[in-house]
Design a protein around this ligand. Structure first.
Ligand code: ASP
Length: 439
């Protein structure tokens, strides 16, 4: 039996957390591959190490003094080492880093990756496991895509030499050896590649919540926990806003069907959520309700003489040029809308609009920047006719105006666009109607 365990930033925030990590690892000898994030916040006023490292890079770039930030980071690691009597060569590592920084010899990616690197060094010494640098395990091409064969081979080589290892999350290396980062929160994805490359039996992702809940606990007090969930449901929930793990985590796990379990470092006894390809059928109708606020819909009225397909293509090519991902494209005979996350276009809004207005097929453009997207996710919805009708009627009863409806062809999710101010009320109404319902 082999388990990969990834511990998130909150699970490494201070010495208390390190103690919990050790207890968890030692409780099960199959927990042999450990992946760590950089230390996170100790309280709501604190900073994440990764954020501080990004900040240092900006200071250095604009030649602003960053020494107090550097000292703050160093102090956090050395304090953990001192309080837990961990023997580790971190002083020397910090000296080298400080020199590289002063000489401007470090890329932003390498600097930021040091958060995970130092955390893994500490954890390895503390657990008595072998430290293995992620740069020698996770291999990327120059487009920042993981090279799966090289990565699996490197992981296999490492675990054949060392039975118990600690690996920093969040980064790997380009073919030229330089550091390449995953996107923010990417240590979850490192854990998945480690699980895949080592053919692990289970990937345990230890965080500060006991798994997924049917709805956001900030909106619904004590919502029901989701005990088991399928890979695709998890992807939908994560993508649409359930902020528990990185939305890409699942991808490397699916080929080998490695199950993933989300667990709470502070409450291992509570159990968590198990994510697998197949989950039992005879459970609830709706698995989860989630969503995000802050979308904008641009509606395009095409010229009567223009071809609809060409008009849509010309609009999409503008978004492609600006690399703006599109969420939905609802259409009618002469018009169509494009729904986008507002924060992704805010800075370039006027440039994008100027380009869109130049398109010859488009007669007018209108905008609605008050859209929240709510996702109702459930693998069992496909089995019960009338579910979408019931969902929509709840909005009618609550007098909530629906601006957009989209049901994925696999019938695993229904997306509903509403005003931002109706978001919480909608989640409450849906939860109250569906939370007790079995199939
Ligand atoms: N430390 C990185 C971040 O804050 C990566 C991670 O925690 O997974 O995004």
């Amino acid at each position: 039996m082999l388990k990969v365990c990834k511990f998130g930033g909150s699970s490494l925030a201070d010495e208390e957390e390190f103690l919990k990590v050790k207890k968890i690892v030692q409780a099960d000898p199959s927990r042999r591959i450990i992946v760590v994030s950089a230390p996170g916040r100790r309280n709501s006023k604190d900073n994440k190490i990764t954020d501080l490292l990004y900040l240092i890079y900006q200071h250095q770039k604009y030649k602003v003094d960053y020494s107090s930030l550097f000292e703050e980071i160093k102090k956090r690691y050395l304090q953990i080492a001192k309080n837990l009597h961990i023997v580790c060569d971190l002083e020397e590592e910090f000296k080298n880093l400080s020199q590289k920084l002063a000489e401007g010899q470090i890329s932003e990616e390498e600097l930021v990756s040091r958060g995970e690197y130092f955390a893994a060094k500490l954890t390895a010494s503390y657990l008595g496991y072998q430290f293995i640098d992620a740069a020698s395990l996770i291999h990327f091409d120059y487009e920042s895509k993981v090279l799966e064969n090289e990565t699996t081979k490197a992981i296999q080589d490492a675990i054949s030499k060392y039975p118990q290892i600690v690996v920093p999350g969040f980064y790997g290396s380009y073919p030229n050896g330089k550091i390449c980062l995953f996107s923010r929160g990417g240590s979850d994805v490192t854990g998945s590649y480690m699980a895949k490359g080592s053919h692990a039996d289970l990937y345990e992702n230890w965080t500060d919540v006991s798994g997924f809940f049917m709805a956001d606990p900030k909106i619904i007090p004590n919502p029901k926990k989701i005990k088991e969930i399928s890979y695709s449901e998890l992807r939908e929930l994560s993508y649409m806003g359930a902020n528990v793990i990185h939305e890409e985590t699942i991808i490397p796990l699916t080929d080998e069907e490695i199950p993933l379990e989300i667990l709470n470092t502070n409450h291992p006894e509570e159990g968590g959520t198990l994510i697998k390809r197949e989950t039992p059928d005879k459970t609830h109708l709706i698995t989860g309700i989630t969503g995000k606020k802050g979308f904008i819909a641009l509606t395009f009225l095409k010229k009567r003489s223009a071809d609809k397909l060409n008009s849509i293509m010309s609009v999409l090519s503008v978004f492609q040029r600006y690399q703006v991902p599109i969420e939905h494209i609802p259409t009618s005979i002469d018009s169509f809308s494009v729904v986008i996350e507002k924060s992704l276009i805010e800075e370039r809004f006027y440039d994008i609009m100027a380009d869109l207005k130049k398109l010859p097929d488009i007669m007018s453009i209108s905008e609605d920047d008050d859209i929240a997207l709510l996702a109702v996710v459930g693998r069992n919805m496909v089995k019960k006719t009338g579910t979408s009708g019931r969902i929509l009627s709840i909005f009618g009863q609550e007098k909530i105006n629906i601006k957009l409806i989209d049901q994925g062809r696999e019938e695993i999710n229904i997306i509903i666009g509403i005003s931002n101010s109706d978001f919480n009320k909608s989640v409450e109404a849906l939860y109250n109607n569906f939370s007790g319902e079995k199939i």
